[in-house]
Design a binder for this molecule. Structure first.
Ligand code: NAD
Length: 250
């Protein structure tokens, strides 16, 4: 049990095949109490009900809405009294080419990953600071490192590169408060984020470039989140851990 007695907030964790819920399950199995945040309150509650152990909660929170992030964190603190771990997992993607990125595409994709990571971290850090302990995990992507070219468009690549920079800056600023901030850079993970738009041809092309010869599963990413959330990674901050089957070796 790596998270006994700890509490964790995970954004975008109601999606049934998603990285967030898989991470929530693993954290709960390791003894943590979980707050699942997602757009729809019913879905967040239902997801929380599927977790092992007791005391988990599901809350509506659009991470692009600063007051909503602050309200969600207040609810978590009312329920749990503390926040040990925050996973900034909410994110959306779109397969749009550079010249076709419309203002609304840019806003949607940048806002969920980048603004959402800013707002939810801003809401949670004061409690972590008061505890003088905390671990924040930010979900970036291999797309940030290789300039997209997998599924998401250039705006997704830019949003996830922004997340890497923001996480490193948070690591620098809040290290003295004993708050660690690290990122995960997954390759192509089989979830519903591609919303059926990943064709067999695209999948076969992508597989050719993966030395481990398979796409990733949510559990592959959840394990790394557990490592970063737990004291196993107590001297890591400002890092980014690749979970890509060797798709990008650098
Ligand atoms: P998913 O679509 O299964 O889950 C994303 C969740 O985020 C959904 O539950 C959705 O409702 C929620 N969400 C969307 N907008 C939100 C908002 N404004 N506020 C709160 N929640 C919101 O996707 P996933 O594949 O599990 O992705 C999780 C994270 O991992 C994302 O940040 C994604 O960019 C990142 N990622 C995914 C892959 C992949 O191949 N699946 C690769 C690299 C990075």
């Amino acid at each position: 049990m790596l998270l006994s007695g700890k509490t964790a907030v995970i954004s975008g964790a109601a999606s049934l095949r998603g990285i967030g819920l898989c991470t929530a399950r693993l954290f709960a199995d390791h003894g943590a109490r979980i707050a699942i945040l997602d757009l729809d309150e019913g879905a967040a509650r239902n997801a929380a009900d599927t977790l092992g152990g007791e005391g988990h909660i599901g809350l509506a929170c659009d991470v692009t809405d600063k007051p909503a992030c602050e309200a969600a964190v207040r609810s978590v603190l009312d329920a749990f009294g503390r926040i040990d771990v925050l996973v900034n997992n909410a994110g959306i993607t779109q397969p749009v080419k550079f010249l076709d990125i419309a203002p609304e595409n840019y806003d949607a994709v940048m806002d969920v990953s980048l603004r959402g990571t800013l707002y939810l971290s801003q809401a949670a850090i004061p409690a972590m600071r008061a505890q003088r302990a905390g671990s924040i995990v930010c979900m970036s992507s291999v797309s940030a490192q290789r300039g997209g070219g997998i599924f998401g468009g250039p705006h997704y690549s830019a949003a996830k590169a922004g997340v890497l920079g923001l996480a490193k800056a948070m690591a620098r600023e809040f290290g003295p408060d004993n708050i660690r901030v690290n990122s995960v850079t997954p390759g192509l993970i089989q979830t519903d984020i591609t919303a059926g738009r990943l064709t067999d041809t695209m999948r076969a092309d992508i597989l050719k470039g993966i030395p481990l010869n398979r796409l990733g599963d949510a559990a592959d990413v959840a394990g790394v989140c557990l490592f970063l959330a737990s004291d196993l990674s107590s001297y890591l901050t400002g890092t980014a851990i690749d979970v890509n089957g060797g798709m990008l070796i650098h």
